[in-house]
Design a protein around this ligand. Structure first.
Ligand SMILES: C[S@@+](CC[C@H](N)C(=O)[O-])C[C@H]1O[C@@H](n2cnc3c(N)ncnc32)[C@H](O)[C@@H]1O
Length: 279
């Protein structure tokens, strides 16, 4: 058994900058790159499941046309564009990867006409916003990557207005000691230092000042996500002519099998959290 490796924010940003185009090529060309909320093991519609995750988080958070929303680790911008399109809210997206922000900007220009949405390059640990700017802070599968999580929690708390709502989905490290296969295929693969169990996450949000913390464990959904993605990646690898890309996508498909095994061993999980900044 081993503990997880140490990565810096620079390691994380380099990884996401370097892999954005590859991810877009086999996962989703529209830039929807997060965990799906599936109806069950027979449900293999990734796009519907991924949209469902976004809609559940938005509904749990109570986002509407009056909301001013920050999406932390917004990636390619799909969640915020969907949110603004569905509810009429205004919003900002922040991400450490310049490549992903470029893609998000491009999507906004192509698809976001009339939406009050903008994207910025920056870190969750030093946000370029004044205290109390937002009514809601949301995030999908991004905060786990922050090496110093108390700093990003403090920043999310700071930029929320009193009474504001935090609603996130995130990767979980359910157990402290993880095996070599999980370290390689789950943690090191995406430059993840390691993180919280469900209870640890809840405690960390409370320690940051959040109240009314509601936590949901959703491991079956991330398992199904990697099952469906693994199949898609294997098919894509078979039809990819560029050798480097074929190898990378093939390795990802192999990792998808290992990721499911790690979930079954209790070494990896997924959860949703909704909390409030006191009024
Ligand atoms: C798994 S992707 C999810 C992206 C997006 N939320 C989505 O739903 O497609 C994780 C994202 O978190 C971003 N990220 C990692 N660390 C960050 C940090 N410290 N501040 C802001 N974004 C960060 C990465 O650049 C990447 O775009």
């Amino acid at each position: 058994m081993s503990t997880t490796s140490q990565f810096t924010e620079r390691d994380v940003s380099e990884f996401f900058d370097q892999t954005t185009q590859t991810y877009l090529s086999f996962w989703d060309s529209e830039g929807v790159l997060h965990t799906g909320y599936f109806a069950g093991e027979d449900d293999i519609d990734y796009h519907a499941a991924a949209d469902r995750t976004s809609d559940i988080l938005a509904d749990d958070a109570g986002i509407d046309a009056t909301s001013n929303v920050l999406d932390v680790g917004c990636g390619c911008g799909n969640f915020l564009l969907r949110l603004a399109g569905r509810t009429g809210c205004r919003g900002e997206g922040l991400d450490l990867s310049i490549e992903r922000i470029r893609f998000a900007e491009q999507r906004r220009a192509e698809r976001g006409t009339g939406l009050d949405v903008s994207f910025r390059h920056g870190s969750a640990t030093a946000m370029p916003y004044a205290d109390g700017t937002f009514t809601h802070v949301v995030s999908q599968d991004a905060l786990f990557l922050v090496p110093e999580k108390p700093r990003s929690h403090a920043e999310m708390f700071r930029v929320l207005a009193p009474g504001g709502v935090l609603a996130v989905s995130d990767f979980l490290q359910p157990t402290e000691r993880i095996g070599e296969a999980a370290r390689r295929h789950v943690y090191d693969r995406v430059r993840w230092n390691g993180g919280y169990s469900l209870d640890g996450y809840r405690r960390a949000l409370s320690e940051a000042g959040f109240v009314d913390v509601v936590a949901r464990s959703l491991d079956a959904h991330i398992r199904q996500t990697y099952r469906v993605l693994g199949r898609a990646a294997r098919e894509r690898a078979a039809s990819t002519t560029d050798e480097a890309a074929r190898t990378w996508i093939g390795n990802f498909a192999d990792s998808c099998d290992e990721i499911q095994a790690a979930i079954d061993r209790g070494e990896f999980g997924w959860g949703m959290f909704v909390a409030r900044k006191p009024a």
